[in-house]
Write a protein that binds this ligand. Structure first.
Ligand SMILES: [Zn+2]
Length: 372
């Protein structure tokens, strides 16, 4: 696995010194925007997802297709029922855990950094820093290169390989948090707030809502990195993916099932309990002593959302790029053109245009932010 310290962009973003790195990294690679092929002849938005006509494949299709290239295992990007799936080994494992081994007619592993040729189209997967196994997909032909980044975040995450900027003519980006109001704080500081609350409320169970793929394991790993060595209790819906992360070398420490069978109410006093957000509305949440409801999500920047969900301790921990990271990434890659797939598209398109980069929204439907 790549350490984030080895990634120049991650380092640059972490130290807020990205401008000199931009030059060093990319100046020598820039190519004139003169190609035999137009970008939308190589990749174009279709109702099923991004489609590559010469390669005959879709990227992250929302409906079953013959050939699918999948960026990562979140349910809005990875769906069951395709004829053939090409993805990283981890994404294929995650799809098998969620949908069963027979989720596709056949599967093929894409190794990061390895070029595959599909009907004359060069395809290469690069790490996206979003969740375990997440990848950007670079598609090239006739000197033209387009990178579909899927969901991504450039900041360090101890549970997955770091985002890698890829030189390209067209950069396809999400914009889940594509407004200047979205600036995510340091995740370690948010975990410190959680631990501070645990220390100050020893009689209460801290129930932390975290999506089952990626966010839950990241929160657990961050707790361990902060020195928290108590058992952490998890809802049954998190178990298989936590086990899978462990099997891939992401140590999560002692995890115990958060079930009534294993303990009476008092046993959870002072404990940290993780569950999927969907479990917080049902009776599962009410079995804990005087529960303190927390939620780890980029949406916790929006106070109204926290209030609507009855969240007492909002933790702003996101697996997506925030506004500064979106714009710094585009600045660093310096593509000729930016396509924005989903999220708050208009503000990012406008920012690109104001900064001299052609940009357009793709208005792609079906990519919800449930995973956040
Ligand atoms: Zn995702």
């Amino acid at each position: 696995m790549t350490r984030w310290e080895d990634c120049p962009l991650a380092m640059a973003l972490a130290t807020n010194k990205h401008k000199p790195v931009v030059k060093a990294l990319f100046q020598s690679h820039r190519r004139p925007y003169l190609h035999a092929m137009r970008p939308d002849e190589l990749l174009c938005p279709r109702p099923e997802g991004l489609y590559c006509p010469p390669g005959g494949f879709h990227i992250d299709p929302v409906r079953p297709v013959e050939r699918a290239l999948i960026t990562h295992g979140h349910a809005d990007h990875a769906r069951a029922g395709h004829g053939h799936v090409l993805a990283t080994a981890e994404t294929l494992d995650i799809m098998a855990i969620r949908y069963g081994e027979d989720h596709a007619g056949s599967t093929q592993v894409a190794a990061l950094g390895e070029t595959l040729i599909i009907d004359g189209v060069a395809v290469r997967f690069h790490p996206a820093g979003h969740v375990l196994g997440s990848a950007q997909i670079a598609v090239g032909r006739g000197g033209l290169r387009i990178v579909a980044s899927g969901d991504y975040k450039p900041r360090p995450d101890p549970t997955c390989a770091s985002f890698e900027p890829v030189d390209c003519d067209v950069f396809i980006t999400e914009a889940t948090f594509g407004l200047p109001v979205f600036r995510h704080p340091d995740a370690g500081d948010e975990i410190s707030r959680l631990l501070g609350s645990v220390g100050a409320n020893p009689d209460r169970a801290h129930l932390v809502g975290a999506y089952s793929l990626g966010k839950a394991q990241r929160v657990i790993r961050l707790l361990r990195d902060a020195g928290y060595d108590q058992p952490i209790y998890i809802h049954g819906a998190l178990k298989r993916l936590c086990d899978y992360y462990e099997s891939q070398g992401i140590a999560l420490g002692e995890l115990r099932p958060a079930t009534v069978e294993t303990g009476g109410k008092g046993d959870f006093a002072g404990a940290v309990v993780l569950g999927p957000p969907s479990a917080f509305g049902d009776k599962w949440a009410r079995r804990f002593p005087d529960p303190l409801i927390s939620f780890a999500s980029g949406w916790m920047m929006v106070r109204q959302r926290a209030r609507q969900r009855g969240v007492e301790l909002p933790l702003v921990i996101s697996d997506h790029a925030d506004w500064d990271e979106l714009t710094a990434t585009i600045t660093a890659i310096a593509p000729e053109e930016v396509w924005v797939t989903h999220g708050r598209e208009e503000a990012l398109v406008r920012w690109c245009e104001m900064n001299g980069t052609r940009a357009r929204p793709l208005h792609m439907v079906g990519y919800e932010d449930e995973a956040e």
